[in-house]
Design a protein around this ligand. Structure first.
Ligand SMILES: [Fe+2]
Ligand SMILES: [Fe+2]
Ligand SMILES: [Fe+2]
Length: 274
């Protein structure tokens, strides 16, 4: 049973309802696969998977339409992710599994792929939908990366690490805004590498802490962390080389937006144990 947790909520009712429906279909598939009594279970599994695939496509269209309506800067990125997913699903061609002996394994693998993808996608990309507009103001703030009290979780180690993360983002952002540094892009690449390394260390420390207190939201946090690291790994450094100021500005918004959101919406719950 895969749980549609708090962490997955975007706060946009229609999108959340659709995500929840996707989880229902995933759980339905899992129940069928586990059921030893059903005679034609594989046909039933295929039917639910087909429904799931179709529903995901409808959902993507709705989500993209919503993002277009609010001018969400992540729209193009999301479209690309949705397209990749559709292609992968299509390539798997699970309606025509010839090797019937191994169909259980094939369907099980497919299900795992779907769950992993959806979790990661929702936790890294969808939870950011609609969260970017206030960040427009962020560009105009004197010190947007100031680590103000609202970010404090109450756990000293975590707070200190978050503060360092904000400092690294500030360093990157200052470079992005800087007009007269001649090796600006090389330095930005360096700072981003530092950010990635420190982020990974921080996630590890935070996860260890959550484990030590038996925090129930640990799994959801791990997923969110993995998704963010995956995004850092995907960064297109060539774009940075090509002096793409706009790309860098959007990247800074994304990094700061994700981190501040994650701290405010997730990390702050750790101390409360919920
Ligand atoms: Fe979505
Ligand atoms: Fe976290
Ligand atoms: Fe954190």
């Amino acid at each position: 049973m895969y749980r549609f947790t708090e962490e997955c909520l975007t706060g946009i009712e229609k999108i959340d309802d659709e995500h929840e429906r996707l989880f229902e279909l995933i759980n339905q598939t899992e129940d069928l696969l586990k059921n030893e009594m059903l005679e034609d279970k594989y046909n039933q599994v295929r039917a639910v998977l087909k429904e799931l695939g179709d529903y995901a496509v409808t959902h993507f269209a709705n989500e993209e339409a919503y993002m277009a309506a609010i001018n969400d800067p992540e729209l193009e990125y999301q479209k690309k992710q949705h397209m990749d997913f559709r292609e992968k699903l299509y390539k798997m061609d699970f309606y025509n599994i010839e090797d019937l002996e191994n169909q259980h394994e094939a369907l099980d693998n497919l299900l795992r792929f779907l769950v992993r993808w959806l979790y990661q996608h929702i936790l890294s990309s969808d939870i950011m939908i609609g969260k970017m507009p206030p960040l427009k103001e962020w560009r105009e703030m004197a010190d947007p990366c100031a680590f103000t009290d609202e970010y404090r979780t109450g756990v000293a180690l975590i707070d200190a690490e978050h503060e360092t993360l904000f400092e690294i983002v500030r360093e990157a952002n200052d470079l992005v805004k800087e007009e007269f540094v001649h090796d600006k892009f090389d330095r930005i690449v360096e700072v981003l590498a530092k950010l990635k390394q420190y982020t990974e260390e921080h996630f590890q420390d935070e996860e260890e802490y959550m484990e030590s207190i038996g925090y129930p939201g640990l799994e959801a946090q791990k997923m969110a962390h993995q998704a963010f690291v995956a995004k850092l790994e995907e960064l297109d450094l060539e774009q940075i080389d090509k002096n793409q100021q706009e790309y860098l500005e959007e990247l800074m918004e994304f990094l700061f937006g994700w981190l501040s959101n994650h701290i405010l919406r997730s990390d702050k719950l750790i101390e409360a144990g919920v």
